[in-house]
Design a protein around this ligand. Sequence first.
Ligand code: BGC
Length: 745
Amino acid sequence: MRKTIILSAAALLLAACCNQQKFDGPAYLDPNAPVEVRVEDALSRMTLEEKVGMTTAQSKFSSRGVPRLGIPEVWHTDGPHGIRPEVLWDDWDQAGWTNDSCTAFPALVNLAATWDKEMSLFYGRSIGEEARYRKKDILLGPGINICRTPLNGRNFEYMGEDPYLAGQMVVPYVKGVQENGVAACVKHYAVNNQEFQRTQSNSVVDDRALYEIYLPAFKAAVQEGGAWAIMGSYNLYNGQFNCHNKRLLCDILKGEWGFDGVVVSDWGGCRVSDEAIRYGLDIEMGTWTNGLRGAASDSYRNYHMADPYLKGLREGKYTTAELDDKARRILRTIFRTSMRPEPNYGRFVCPEHYQAARDIAAAGVVLLKNEDNVLPLDVPQGGKILLVGENAVKKMVVGGGSSNLKTSYEINPLEGLQNAFAGKAEVVWERGYVGDVGRSYNRVDTGQDLTDNRSPETLVAAAVEAAKDADYVIFIGGLNKSKHQDNESTDRFDTFLPYAQQDVIEALAEVADKFVVVNISGSPVSMPWEDKADAIVQGWYGGTESGNALADVLTGKVNPSGRLPFSIPFKYEDGPIKTEAQYPGIKAEDDQFWQTHYSEGVYVGYRWYDSKDVPVQWPFGHGLSYTTFEYGNAKAARPYMKADGTLKVSVEVTNTGEIDGAEIVQLYIADPEASIDRPAKELKGFEKVYLKAGQTKKVDFVIDAADLSYFDAGRHEWVAEPGEFKALIASSSKNIRAEIPFTLK
Ligand code: BGC
């Protein structure tokens, strides 16, 4: 018997050895060889021309591999909310595929509003699977530029105004995407906070603001998320374009942070050959060529890092040191993605992804106001709900710039509520106003004709008439993705609702019994009509399942737990930007560029409003629930913390209402004794806690010196000054539930 066991063990061992046969081929093709071994082996086999070849685009969304060695080209895709439909090889026209309608996930600002790291991982995994199925290697996202001004046209693609929130939310997204063998390309690095003159503006920002506000989320994406790719932004910093910015790319990203991935230019963002070669750009992607179509030959060869680079190398102007570094990074990306050891195939437009999109969208919806608990909707059998407003029907996945998607379907709010009330109540719609009737972007067409030639008076009168016998009137408006709204390449002009929306809201408020306003936008909208509504809901661009997700919250199927990822001011002028030099910047006659001075320093968003005691319409972190929460027993483990130690603070949160719900418990740190001017408080922790009705849970936060530090630009280091601090447990930046003083020794 014993002999039999020994013999079978030997047979198993032999079988295992046979399965792990020595790879018979070059090391770079060996899927089991370490990535760095594969990189060095491939590099040693490549010619100068092949190395240079990899550093530029060969089409709108691909860059070269090494065809002779069987190393595949790299396929890039937008990003960041879904997988972009295929365009022609060298033209933005649609390629006309019929199998590229994706799942549109919610806009990243919606994800940020969940304040839920699990949701971010779920998002990253799901979109990563879609990218993998579509055979994409680099996903051009997530975007994490700070919402410095509410007017920035791309706020909807980013994660709000706070570096800690954005940093915490970006890390799981990156990990989730990369689990699929798809590189997340974190964008747009860095200090790219406006669309106005985005390719001609120089951000003038001091080191303290740079390190405290604009870099931390990128650093987290790289160091904690392990991001494999970064996209340089269009603008300049320090007078140098960011796609080849020595300080940002060589000194900070690849130097201080040890980034070993690939730097991709924004499309057409590479502007100077010599700098691109020397200052950290690895792949030059572009827009403004006439490539294969009009040119006699492949005009990608004229790219800054193509023939001009080769010429410089041959003439001895450049050494191969920079080139080998670029080639190594590109090879590493390929071995991490398309040539990864264990291929997976992803999945696409499946029920699981639709459900993910719906859950994430619903989790980010923010209940701003709910007088007399008018929500969730309580409609009698056979009752009537009137929806008014263009955003109740407008398809929003199409538009907005490069994040434009072709989606397999899109549920609008009217359909979502009709689904929810089928057989129970009538849900009808009135237009109320005409906003944007555009229906296509980049030749992706919604198929929706919103033309309406009625006068504004007629539209309002029809809505008012219909409101008279409605149990609920829900106005669904806000912004959209057309020019000067939530849209790439243009900024907004002010923070108010566009079109005649305010008139419609005021007219409806006069007649409606129960009046709810849903604002759908990707950036802050001031609400001078706040008092007119019984309830106000902040919705976002929710993607494919947008309308169902909104209905889930309005009906109470999902108890709202979203929180604002930015402050909503009463008006733009209340914010920290007071001069033209700050925004949009100033261009002197003899200057080629606009100079944008970030002279507000670290006082961005609530750091400004709370430090200067400026009231806001809705504070950062604000959001209500259909239940109520009480905070108690907040304490620190000790009254002091040592500089090299940590301090645990905890609080008990109780759901004091009658239904289950989730609270976002926030931790801010205040440094009242600082020797320099510091914001009144800064977010340093948050946790989403699910609580059954009546349940209490303890929430712990662990504080360390990094949470207490400011960036000392002179010494180029983070400093935590000994003395008194306060840990503030809060439910928004303005709603402090408990103060815990402690001393840093
Ligand atoms: C945008 C990027 C995008 C790229 C490719 C650029 O205009 O700024 O965010 O990834 O185009 O579409």
